[in-house]
Design a binder for this molecule. Structure first.
Ligand SMILES: *Cc1c(COP(=O)(O)O)cnc(C)c1O
Length: 394
């Protein structure tokens, strides 16, 4: 086992597991990548979305593995995430999906990042920068144009065809891509399908309208994870899978229905630090929020909300695995620790490994189950996993 993240530790150094850590199943990552690719037409390339530290998994180990598999394009949310990948020597195109302020445009050059023009005005600003004297001997700035086909988040409105056309002729820019984002591709109901098909057709229409203005090097893309699974045959050049690459979808129902071919990449584990025996009437944790009603054994586990484990899982709402069994989280989850009722497990001892997400002795807790219990989606749960968790590749 190798520690792949956590400061600048040498990746060949083997390190024992600490207080709380993430295990990455890179076989699952490779499988998911190949599986998603197999659903798409052969010419459609994956541009994995590795924003938010690769959905909490660790952008370093995830992108290094994908690069080794031959993936040569990535999507991030912001310039700082792109810089982080370049500092890790990740090669290929790195597309910044979000807005970048003109003050940061020089970083696009410095770190060879591709910026999204979030609308016509942003494209003008990018062009003005690209033509400034300070970068006069640099090649054109690579840009993908975002087109708004109905989500109304980012993108030049699809109906402004003349403005979209104009962006292609702006000096200093090389339009290496044009894309839209589907707002309802996760829904299986008729309204969602109709909305999505209107978005896709609206995007195709732009392509038709541009005709031979569209350079052959401009790659078109529109699907994220749900789009790949529900609309795999869209006529585009790339796709942008995020959550599916990590082996799940946003909730447990969708994961069961749509993600049968995918395997979870991440497990989340922590140590038992101490075991306490409580008599009836004794309480444990903050605010006496938990009081034993029978002779009870409580284990202190070394993970808390500062590691990204939502505090809403307190008071028995969440469970964890110890010795291949589910036990409830009791009392209030603390910043760095939590308490579990292990009365049913006589052999639990300090140093034992607890599993918050993943499998132990044939029993498992999925990230989707945990996200459902928190009233959120896997995307949020995973992307909030903290930086002090070690990332270990298996
Ligand atoms: C986050 C994001 C994605 C990936 O979404 P998933 O649903 O996780 O696959 C793709 N495209 C854009 C524009 C995004 O912001």
């Amino acid at each position: 086992m190798t520690v792949l993240e956590h400061s600048e530790m040498n990746s060949s150094e083997t390190v024992p597991r600490g207080r709380a850590w993430i295990e990455l199943n890179l076989n699952a990552l490779r499988h998911n990548t190949e599986y998603l690719q197999s659903l798409l037409p052969r010419r459609c390339a994956l541009m994995p979305v590795v924003k938010a530290n690769a959905y909490g998994h660790g952008a370093g180990p995830i992108t290094r593995e994908l690069n080794a598999m031959g993936i040569q394009a990535f999507c991030v949310a912001c310039v700082s995430e792109g810089i982080e990948l370049r500092r890790r020597n990740i090669t290929g195109e790195i597309l910044v999906l979000g807005y970048t302020h003109p003050d940061q445009f020089p970083l696009l050059d410095k770190y060879a990042l591709t910026q999204t023009a979030v609308d016509h005005a942003h494209a003008l600003a990018l062009s003005a920068y690209a033509c400034s004297v300070s970068r006069s001997n640099l090649p054109p700035l690579p840009v993908h144009i975002a087109v708004d086909t109905g989500m109304h988040r980012l993108g030049e409105p699809a109906e402004n065809i003349s403005r979209i056309r104009e962006i292609f002729s702006l000096p200093g820019l090389r339009i290496t891509g044009m894309y839209t984002h589907l707002a309802a591709s996760g829904g299986s109901d008729a309204a969602s399908r109709n909305f999505t098909e209107r978005q896709i057709n609206s995007f195709y229409n732009i392509k038709k309208n541009l005709g031979n203005i569209l350079p052959s090097y401009t790659r078109l893309h529109l699907q994220a994870s749900y789009g790949i699974l529900r609309y795999p045959l869209a006529d585009v050049d790339c796709a942008r899978p995020g959550i599916a690459l990590y082996g799940l979808l946003s909730n447990a129902d969708d994961t069961h229905a749509l993600a049968a071919g995918l395997y979870p990449v991440l497990s989340l584990r922590a140590r038992v630090a101490a075991v306490h025996r409580l008599a009836p009437g004794e309480s444990a944790g903050y605010d006496m929020a938990y009081t034993a009603t029978r002779p009870t054994v409580i284990a202190t586990v070394t993970i808390g909300y500062a590691d990204g484990l939502p505090r809403i899982l307190s008071h028995g709402k969440g469970e964890l695995l110890l010795c291949g069994q589910r036990v409830p989280i009791v009392g209030r989850i603390c910043m760095d620790q939590l308490l579990a009722d292990v009365t049913a497990l006589p052999t639990v001892h300090p140093g034992a490994t607890a599993t918050l997400i993943g499998e132990d002795g044939g029993v498992s807790i999925s990230a989707a189950e945990l996200a459902d219990a928190c009233g959120t989606i896997t995307n949020e749960l995973l992307s909030c996993l903290g930086l002090r968790l070690e990332r270990l590749a298996l």
